[in-house]
Design a protein around this ligand. Structure first.
Ligand SMILES: [Zn+2]
Ligand SMILES: [Zn+2]
Ligand SMILES: [Zn+2]
Length: 156
Protein backbone atom coordinates (compact mmCIF):
# COMPACT_ATOMS: atom_id res chain seq x y z
CA UNK A 1 0.00 0.00 0.00
CA UNK A 2 1.41 3.34 -1.08
CA UNK A 3 1.23 6.31 1.19
CA UNK A 4 0.99 9.29 -1.12
CA UNK A 5 1.56 12.76 0.22
CA UNK A 6 0.62 14.98 -2.71
CA UNK A 7 -1.82 15.03 -5.57
CA UNK A 8 -4.08 12.34 -6.91
CA UNK A 9 -1.50 10.12 -8.57
CA UNK A 10 -0.93 7.77 -5.62
CA UNK A 11 -4.65 7.19 -5.18
CA UNK A 12 -5.02 6.51 -8.91
CA UNK A 13 -2.23 3.95 -8.83
CA UNK A 14 -3.81 2.33 -5.82
CA UNK A 15 -7.19 2.15 -7.57
CA UNK A 16 -5.56 0.53 -10.61
CA UNK A 17 -3.89 -2.12 -8.46
CA UNK A 18 -7.06 -2.88 -6.54
CA UNK A 19 -9.00 -2.94 -9.84
CA UNK A 20 -6.77 -5.73 -11.13
CA UNK A 21 -7.12 -7.60 -7.88
CA UNK A 22 -10.88 -7.14 -7.89
CA UNK A 23 -11.19 -8.52 -11.42
CA UNK A 24 -8.99 -11.54 -10.64
CA UNK A 25 -10.77 -12.24 -7.35
CA UNK A 26 -14.08 -12.27 -9.20
CA UNK A 27 -12.80 -14.58 -11.92
CA UNK A 28 -12.70 -11.91 -14.65
CA UNK A 29 -9.85 -11.48 -17.09
CA UNK A 30 -8.01 -8.21 -16.58
CA UNK A 31 -8.50 -5.94 -19.61
CA UNK A 32 -7.84 -2.26 -20.08
CA UNK A 33 -11.52 -1.39 -20.74
CA UNK A 34 -12.58 -3.23 -17.57
CA UNK A 35 -9.94 -1.42 -15.54
CA UNK A 36 -10.99 1.89 -17.04
CA UNK A 37 -14.66 1.33 -16.22
CA UNK A 38 -13.81 0.28 -12.66
CA UNK A 39 -11.67 3.40 -12.37
CA UNK A 40 -14.56 5.60 -13.52
CA UNK A 41 -17.03 3.92 -11.16
CA UNK A 42 -14.56 4.38 -8.30
CA UNK A 43 -15.01 8.14 -8.72
CA UNK A 44 -18.41 7.64 -7.14
CA UNK A 45 -21.98 8.46 -7.96
CA UNK A 46 -24.64 6.77 -10.03
CA UNK A 47 -23.53 7.16 -13.61
CA UNK A 48 -25.37 6.72 -16.87
CA UNK A 49 -23.70 4.59 -19.54
CA UNK A 50 -23.08 7.60 -21.80
CA UNK A 51 -21.27 9.40 -19.00
CA UNK A 52 -19.22 6.30 -18.14
CA UNK A 53 -18.30 5.90 -21.83
CA UNK A 54 -17.29 9.57 -22.04
CA UNK A 55 -14.98 9.26 -19.02
CA UNK A 56 -13.60 5.91 -20.21
CA UNK A 57 -12.61 7.56 -23.52
CA UNK A 58 -10.64 10.18 -21.58
CA UNK A 59 -8.52 7.22 -20.41
CA UNK A 60 -8.64 4.90 -23.43
CA UNK A 61 -9.53 6.54 -26.72
CA UNK A 62 -10.91 3.71 -28.79
CA UNK A 63 -13.59 2.14 -26.62
CA UNK A 64 -17.07 1.90 -28.13
CA UNK A 65 -20.20 2.52 -26.14
CA UNK A 66 -21.22 -1.08 -26.87
CA UNK A 67 -17.94 -2.27 -25.34
CA UNK A 68 -18.73 -0.21 -22.25
CA UNK A 69 -22.17 -1.85 -22.06
CA UNK A 70 -20.52 -5.27 -22.30
CA UNK A 71 -18.02 -4.43 -19.55
CA UNK A 72 -20.77 -3.09 -17.28
CA UNK A 73 -22.75 -6.30 -17.83
CA UNK A 74 -19.77 -8.46 -16.89
CA UNK A 75 -18.91 -6.32 -13.85
CA UNK A 76 -22.54 -6.39 -12.65
CA UNK A 77 -22.83 -10.16 -13.01
CA UNK A 78 -19.57 -10.54 -11.08
CA UNK A 79 -20.81 -8.26 -8.29
CA UNK A 80 -18.27 -5.52 -8.99
CA UNK A 81 -20.85 -2.99 -10.12
CA UNK A 82 -24.46 -2.40 -9.30
CA UNK A 83 -27.08 -1.44 -11.85
CA UNK A 84 -30.07 0.62 -10.80
CA UNK A 85 -32.87 1.80 -13.02
CA UNK A 86 -35.24 4.25 -11.32
CA UNK A 87 -38.58 4.50 -13.11
CA UNK A 88 -38.42 6.97 -15.97
CA UNK A 89 -34.63 7.21 -15.96
CA UNK A 90 -31.94 5.36 -17.92
CA UNK A 91 -29.93 2.65 -16.18
CA UNK A 92 -27.20 3.89 -13.89
CA UNK A 93 -24.19 2.07 -12.50
CA UNK A 94 -22.24 2.45 -9.30
CA UNK A 95 -19.28 0.84 -7.56
CA UNK A 96 -21.00 0.49 -4.21
CA UNK A 97 -22.19 -3.12 -4.07
CA UNK A 98 -23.09 -5.79 -1.58
CA UNK A 99 -24.57 -3.59 1.16
CA UNK A 100 -28.23 -3.55 0.03
CA UNK A 101 -28.27 0.24 0.22
CA UNK A 102 -31.28 2.04 -1.16
CA UNK A 103 -31.74 5.18 -3.21
CA UNK A 104 -33.61 8.43 -2.98
CA UNK A 105 -34.44 9.91 -6.39
CA UNK A 106 -35.41 13.51 -7.12
CA UNK A 107 -38.62 13.87 -9.10
CA UNK A 108 -37.45 17.26 -10.33
CA UNK A 109 -33.93 16.68 -11.72
CA UNK A 110 -33.44 12.93 -11.43
CA UNK A 111 -30.56 13.19 -8.98
CA UNK A 112 -29.90 9.94 -7.12
CA UNK A 113 -28.45 9.68 -3.61
CA UNK A 114 -27.59 6.68 -1.46
CA UNK A 115 -29.57 5.77 1.62
CA UNK A 116 -28.03 3.20 3.93
CA UNK A 117 -30.18 0.17 4.63
CA UNK A 118 -31.03 -0.01 8.31
CA UNK A 119 -30.82 -3.82 8.12
CA UNK A 120 -27.92 -4.08 5.68
CA UNK A 121 -28.96 -7.25 3.90
CA UNK A 122 -31.82 -8.23 1.62
CA UNK A 123 -34.68 -8.57 2.04
CA UNK A 124 -34.95 -5.80 4.60
CA UNK A 125 -38.76 -5.67 4.55
CA UNK A 126 -41.05 -8.58 5.31
CA UNK A 127 -44.07 -8.87 3.03
CA UNK A 128 -47.36 -9.05 4.89
CA UNK A 129 -48.07 -12.13 2.77
CA UNK A 130 -45.25 -13.68 0.72
CA UNK A 131 -47.77 -15.69 -1.38
CA UNK A 132 -45.58 -18.76 -0.93
CA UNK A 133 -42.56 -17.03 -2.50
CA UNK A 134 -39.09 -17.34 -1.08
CA UNK A 135 -38.48 -13.58 -1.07
CA UNK A 136 -34.84 -12.52 -1.52
CA UNK A 137 -35.11 -8.79 -2.05
CA UNK A 138 -37.26 -5.77 -1.32
CA UNK A 139 -36.46 -3.04 -3.82
CA UNK A 140 -36.83 0.20 -1.93
CA UNK A 141 -36.69 3.54 -3.75
CA UNK A 142 -37.54 6.78 -2.02
CA UNK A 143 -38.87 9.62 -4.17
CA UNK A 144 -38.98 13.33 -3.45
CA UNK A 145 -37.43 16.69 -4.24
CA UNK A 146 -33.70 17.27 -3.71
CA UNK A 147 -32.51 20.39 -1.81
CA UNK A 148 -31.67 22.21 -5.06
CA UNK A 149 -35.11 21.60 -6.55
CA UNK A 150 -36.79 22.61 -3.28
CA UNK A 151 -34.86 25.91 -3.40
CA UNK A 152 -35.76 26.50 -7.05
CA UNK A 153 -39.40 25.78 -6.31
CA UNK A 154 -39.36 28.24 -3.38
CA UNK A 155 -37.99 30.96 -5.72
CA UNK A 156 -40.77 30.49 -8.29
ZN1 LIG B 1 -33.62 17.77 -7.89
ZN1 LIG C 1 -26.18 3.76 -4.73
ZN1 LIG D 1 -33.27 -1.68 3.66
Amino acid sequence: MRNGTVGEAPAEREAAVSGEEALRTHGLRVTRPRLAVLDVLAEGGHLEVEEIARRVRQRLESVSTQAVYDVLGALSRAGLARRIEPAGSPARYEARTGDNHHHVVCRGCGMVADVDCAIGEAPCLDPSNAQGFEVDEAEVTFWGLCPGCQARRAED
